[in-house]
Design a protein around this ligand. Structure first.
Ligand code: DAH
Length: 344
C-alpha cells in the first residue's frame, strides 16, 4: 500500500511538471485530489487494513495529499502569473512607433480654381454673389435680349424644366449671365460683382464638353465705364492667372446682351503661339466672352444708359485648370476618381 502511494505521488509530480495551463491543471487536480479518484479513494480503502497499517498508510497518504495540495497552489499561482505576463506581452504598446497617417481631404481642383478667380476679382474691388441654378426663361433669355425664336437661343442647348414656352418657363441656367439682370434689378450703380456658379447645357459629353460646368460672370456698372476698363480688368486677370508674360487677345464677337461684344483669348500656354493640338493649331485659346452691357438691357432694369454704362464678362472655369495642368479630358473633374483628384 505504501509503495502504491509512493508511486502515485511520483506519477502525480511527473505529470504536474508537464502541465502548462490552468485547464490541464484542473484535470490533474480532479485526478489526484478529487473526491472520487486518486488519494481520497485510496484512503477510503484503508478500512481493510490493520489498525497499525492504517495509521502508517493514513499518515503517509495525508502527508502526500498535503504536499500535492501545496504544490498545486504554487503551480496554479505560477501559471496565472505567466498568463498575465504573456497577456501584457502580447498587448504591449510601443508608444515610440510613428502614428498611422490619416488621409486628409482636399479641395476639388475646380473649387480651388474658383477660389483663386474670386480672390483676383475681390482684390480689384468686386463682390462675390451667387444665384439660382433653376432659372426663369425671362432671366436666362428674355431680359438678356434673347426673345422667343431669337436665333441666339441656338447658342444654348437648353435643359427645360417646364414644358410650356414663355417668360414663366423654368430651365437650368445655360450661363451665369441671368445674374446680371437679378443684380441690376436689386441694386443701383456703382455695381461691381462676380458670380461663380454651375451652368447646364443639353449636350452630348466628350473630352471638352460636359452637360454641367462652371462659369464666373462679371459685371461692373457705373458712370464712365468704358471698354478700356473692361480690357484692363481682364488683362490684369489673365496676367495674374496665367503669368505676366501671357499675351491676351481681344476680338469682336456677338452676344445679344452686349454691344460691342468681344471674345478674349490668351496665347497658347503649350506652344506659345506656334500652333499645337491644344489650341487646334491657331496659337490662341478662347477663355471668355465679354462686352459693354447693351443699353436695352440697362433700360429693362431701370438703369439710365445715358448716365451709366457697364461691362460684363463670362468665363468658363474648367478650361483654366485644363490649360494649366495639361488635362485633356473635362469629364475627369466630375467622375470622382480619387487617383485624379488627389493630384491637386
Ligand atoms: N454667357 C455667355 C456664354 O455662356 C458668355 C458671355 C459673353 C458672358 C459675353 C458675358 C458677356 O457676360 O458679356 O456663352
Amino acid at each position: 500500500m505504501l509503495e502504491q502511494l509512493e508511486e502515485l505521488h511520483t506519477q502525480a509530480l511527473n505529470e504536474l511538471g508537464k502541465i502548462d495551463n490552468i485547464a490541464e491543471l484542473e484535470s490533474w487536480r480532479v485526478c489526484y485530489l478529487g473526491k472520487k479518484k486518486g488519494l481520497p479513494q485510496i484512503l477510503r480503502s484503508l478500512s481493510t487494513l490493520s489498525l497499525e497499517e492504517r495509521k502508517r498508510v493514513g499518515a503517509k497518504a495525508n502527508e502526500i495529499k498535503k504536499s500535492l495540495e501545496l504544490i498545486l497552489t504554487e503551480k496554479k499561482r505560477g501559471l496565472e502569473e505567466a498568463s498575465v505576463i504573456s497577456l501584457v506581452d502580447r498587448e504591449k504598446l510601443d508608444v515610440t512607433l510613428p502614428g498611422r497617417p490619416i488621409p486628409t481631404g482636399r479641395l476639388h481642383p475646380i473649387t480651388q480654381t474658383l477660389e483663386e478667380i474670386c480672390d483676383v476679382f475681390k482684390n480689384m474691388g468686386f463682390q462675390v454673389v451667387e444665384g439660382p441654378d433653376v432659372e426663369w426663361d425671362y432671366y436666362n433669355f428674355e431680359a438678356l435680349n434673347i426673345p422667343q425664336h431669337h436665333p441666339a437661343r441656338d447658342m444654348f442647348a437648353t435643359l427645360w424644366i417646364d414644358s410650356e414656352v414663355g417668360e414663366k418657363s423654368r430651365l437650368l441656367r445655360t450661363h451665369t449671365s441671368p445674374m446680371q439682370i437679378r443684380i441690376m434689378e436689386q441694386s443701383r450703380p456703382p455695381i461691381r460683382v462676380i458670380v461663380p456658379g454651375r451652368t447646364y447645357r443639353y449636350e452630348a459629353t466628350d473630352a471638352t464638353h460636359e452637360s454641367m460646368f462652371y462659369q464666373v460672370e462679371g459685371l461692373a456698372v457705373d458712370e464712365n465705364i468704358t471698354l478700356a476698363n473692361l480690357k484692363s480688368t481682364l488683362f490684369e486677370f489673365c496676367h495674374y492667372l496665367f503669368g505676366e508674360e501671357t499675351k491676351v487677345r481681344f476680338r469682336c464677337d456677338y452676344f445679344p446682351f452686349v454691344e460691342p461684344g468681344v471674345e478674349v483669348a490668351i496665347q497658347c500656354l503649350s506652344c506659345h503661339g506656334t500652333g499645337c493640338r491644344l489650341c487646334a493649331y491657331t496659337g490662341w485659346i478662347e477663355i471668355l466672352g465679354a462686352g459693354m452691357v447693351h443699353s436695352d438691357v440697362l433700360k429693362r432694369v431701370g438703369i439710365d444708359p445715358e448716365i451709366y454704362t457697364g461691362f460684363a464678362f463670362g468665363l468658363g472655369v474648367e478650361r483654366i485648370p485644363m490649360l494649366r495642368y495639361g488635362i485633356d479630358e473635362i469629364r475627369l473633374f466630375y467622375s470622382n476618381d480619387l487617383r485624379f483628384l488627389k493630384q491637386f
